[in-house]
Design a protein around this ligand. Structure first.
Ligand code: GDP
Length: 422
């Protein structure tokens, strides 16, 4: 383990704009591809009379892994800068990216938006920017990629930058906080090394911009919330719920409650990486044992919190959503499946309260009859079974969700207001 602070990084952008290539380049340039793998590529390249093509081999290999559906691809790869170590979280294009990003499996601290210089803003550029905004990412690095394809033209770069700025403005991203960098992920320009082809650009490389990102502040002072992933029975210990501490501190001796199940008791032991610890904080994966709580009292989807500040249980809740893809229209009564943290619950769209103007975020239409792909809206949802969820403004880590149907992510949202269950 590195003792540098950790950052979860999402690489977002339209398909084929160069996300995997950029990740491959970052891994390669930071020495994060194991030596023996590089050596193997070098030998292969040489035997084919293509020495110097190690990078291309890294990429080919990633592509091949992807085709075979093997998961040692770019997700969850690691690399270091001087200041941080980064984990690449699931990458769009992966089937469950949106869901994973929302349910916390791969919540990103920051994102790099890749936009191809020869294509500009495309549908998924838009979708991912909306999503990043909904999920509370507020600092973006915008990589204008494939600059080699446009002959490193400054005017082409500027045209794409202004298109992206307009998009960011629509979702009220502060463009002063975004860094724009012209790159060629394939040739390596401005990724780790300043480009020799773009003397007109005097900004940072991608690696420098990553290194300059603000350090994420772990939410240790927030109320304790541990979504439960599994519940085990371990001989000699008893029932052991496991999960990741999202917010707050879990401590020995603390009185905790699991909601919505309602089981409660005192924390007896906490285990992390096979060692007993006295406490655990945000990001820690733990197994813990609670006095008097048996295997059948709790389940996946429960959230553990301190008994004095218990996880909320929603009767209904109001949310702001973005409809990402739906074959037709969504009307009141629609009942897909909601995914939030580790919970999955059928949820009914009780009312569609307002459609929002994506440009301003203001209400464009009260009580519309329906919403469709691309719309942003305020809706009231009713879980069909008890669900613990939080207001995003209070505990953002537990306040966002994905709506899925027919194997697809239909919408992403964040909770604005909760009516608690009695
Ligand atoms: P993704 O779908 O966003 O992950 O895109 P890929 O990384 O798979 O890239 C799509 C295609 O664009 C591949 O054929 C890459 O070789 C090519 N590509 C990516 N980056 C560059 C670049 O900087 N320059 C050029 N010329 N091609 C690139």
């Amino acid at each position: 383990m590195s003792d540098k602070p950790h950052q979860n990084l999402a690489i977002i952008g339209h398909v084929d704009h160069g996300k995997s290539t950029l990740v491959g380049r970052l891994l390669f340039e930071t020495g994060s591809v194991p030596d023996h793998v590089i050596e193997q590529y070098r030998e292969e390249a040489e035997s084919k009379g293509k020495s110097g093509f190690e990078f291309a081999y890294v990429m080919d290999n990633l592509a091949e892994e992807r085709e075979r559906g093997v998961t040692i691809d770019i997700a969850h790869q690691r690399f270091d800068t001087d200041k941080y170590y980064f984990t690449i979280v699931d990458t769009p294009g992966h089937r469950d990216f949106v869901k994973n990003m929302i349910t916390g499996a791969s919540q990103a601290d920051h994102a790099v938006l890749v936009v191809a210089a020869d294509d500009g803003v495309a549908p998924q550029t838009r979708e991912h920017v909306f999503l990043a905004r909904t999920l509370g990412i507020d600092e973006l690095i915008v990589a204008v990629n494939k600059m080699d394809v446009v002959d490193y033209s400054e005017s082409d770069y500027k045209a794409v930058v202004s298109e992206v700025k307009e998009l960011l403005g629509q979702v009220r991203f502060d463009t002063d906080d975004a860094r724009f960098i012209p790159i060629s992920a394939f040739e390596g320009d401005n990724v780790a090394e300043p480009s020799e082809h773009m003397s007109w650009f005097d900004g940072p490389t991608i690696l420098e911009a990553l290194n300059d990102l603000p350090e994420p502040q772990p939410p240790t002072d927030a109320p304790l919330r541990v979504p439960i992933q599994d519940v085990y029975t371990i001989s000699g210990i008893g029932t052991v719920p496991v999960g990741r501490v999202e917010t707050g501190m879990l401590k020995n001796g603390m009185d905790v409650v699991f909601n919505p199940s309602g089981a409660r008791g005192e924390v007896k032991t906490i285990e992390m990486h096979h060692e007993e610890v006295d406490q655990a904080g945000p990001g820690d994966n733990v197994g813990f044992n609670v006095r008097g709580v048996g295997k059948d009292d709790i389940r996946r989807g429960d959230v553990a919190g301190e008994a004095s500040n218990p996880p909320r249980i929603a009767e209904t809740f109001k949310a702001q959503i973005v409809v990402m893809q739906h074959p037709s229209v969504i009307t009141a009564g629609y009942t897909p499946v909601l995914h939030a943290h580790t919970a999955q619950v059928a949820v009914t769209f009780e009312t569609i309260d307002a459609k929002l103007d994506p440009k301003t975020g203001e209400v464009a239409e009260e009580n519309p009859d329906f919403i469709k792909s691309g719309d942003a809206a305020i809706v009231t949802l009713r879980p069909q079974k008890p669900l613990s969820i939080e207001v995003a403004g209070e505990i953002p880590e537990l306040g966002s969700f994905a709506v899925r149907d027919m194997g697809q992510t239909i919408a992403a949202g964040k909770v604005l207001e909760i009516t608690d269950r009695e």
